[in-house]
Design a protein around this ligand. Structure first.
Ligand SMILES: [Zn+2]
Length: 331
């Protein structure tokens, strides 16, 4: 398979074109590392200004969607130790969080002295939603360029679970551990617009409602909640902070974090991830993480060799795939 000579996007990626040197249109559109550095500075200052505005006004300054993976763990470290915020971590237990990830969550929260809560969603309901993600696409083709159907369902539930808690507790910031490839810098600090978010909610809620009915509504906002005046800001600090995978792992290991075993190279916490990726690759012929990884290679936070290894290295664990299938009742 032909892949871009600069990033790692394959010829099977939607809308891709290559020039004579084999460089893709996404790389040709990229403004360059210098421009990115300036933007990072700009957003770093923007974040500090925002902190001055909101800090200390509520019991917590920020929620953090905490999966126990390396990126959210490092984000927690930044929020607490670098930006000095009072953080409430929220872990959405989708039934596939590894034991080691849970240990990591407990240890890191204890060592950083932050409050933490776990929201375990009804697994029978999740099972129906995840299983349906194997057969049908559920979401727009654009959404599926960024993540598998199974991941997209899960992320939707995580987003709105966090938002409900942030609204209930009047927490002004909702932090996310999106890597620089997942969160474009220009959307890394953004106040939620209720009207816009209501339509976003429908893109997630509707397909899931089709599968499980009204039971899904409790994970989403009611019309009444959309009238709130306290909508928080979404913030993704990794988009504008220095990002180096090796340094991140070294830092969080100092906080007691251990790399979970038996997972693929793109997720350090979710046991459903490898299976979800495989389903996506079979159907769409490209890896659901390739856009993210290509973005990191292009912007210089990951070497191309590391990117190629992550996407095409085939280090997936059959153990994880079998476990996922078994738990979803597919075996
Ligand atoms: Zn490229």
């Amino acid at each position: 398979m032909k892949i871009c000579s600069r990033c790692v996007l394959p010829e099977t990626f939607p809308g891709i074109r290559f020039n004579e040197e084999g460089v893709c249109n996404f790389c040709l559109d990229f403004k360059g590392e210098e421009a990115l550095k300036e933007e990072k500075q700009e957003y770093y200052h923007k974040f500090q200004d925002l902190i001055k505005q909101v800090k200390g006004k509520s019991d917590y300054d920020a929620t953090l969607a905490y999966s126990g993976g390396k990126d959210s763990t490092y984000t927690l470290y930044l929020l607490k130790s670098v930006f000095k915020l009072r953080v409430l971590t929220i872990t959405f237990d989708n039934g596939f969080i590894s034991e080691q990830a849970f240990k990591n969550i407990r240890t890191v929260c204890e060592n950083l002295a932050v409050d933490s809560m776990v929201f375990k969603a009804d697994f029978h309901l999740l099972k129906k939603i995840f299983s349906a993600g194997i057969q049908n696409t559920m979401y727009s083709p654009k959404a599926l360029e960024r993540a598998s159907t199974i991941c997209t369902s899960c992320i939707g539930l995580v987003k709105f679970t966090n938002l409900k808690i942030a609204l209930e507790k009047k927490i002004p910031l909702m932090a996310w551990g999106w890597s620089p490839g997942q969160a474009p810098i220009r959307s890394s600090i953004m106040r939620i617009n209720p009207a816009l978010f209501k339509s976003t909610q429908e893109t997630y809620r509707k397909p899931m409602h089709g599968l499980v009915g009204d039971d899904i509504n409790r994970y989403f906002l009611s019309d009444e909640q959309f009238k709130s005046y306290d909508f928080p800001y979404n913030v993704s600090p990794l988009a504008f902070m220095d990002y180096d995978e090796q340094k991140i792992i070294k830092k969080i290991e100092e906080l007691g974090w251990f790399l979970p075993k038996g997972l693929d190279s793109n997720s350090t916490n979710c046991l459903l991830n490898t299976f979800a990726n495989n389903v996506h690759i079979e159907k769409h012929k490209f890896h659901p993480y390739v856009f993210e990884i290509a973005g990191m290679v292009r912007s210089g936070v990951m070497s191309r060799d590391d990117g190629v290894e992550k996407i095409y290295g085939n280090k997936e664990s059959t153990e994880a795939i079998n476990l996922a299938k078994e738990k979803l009742g597919l075996k």
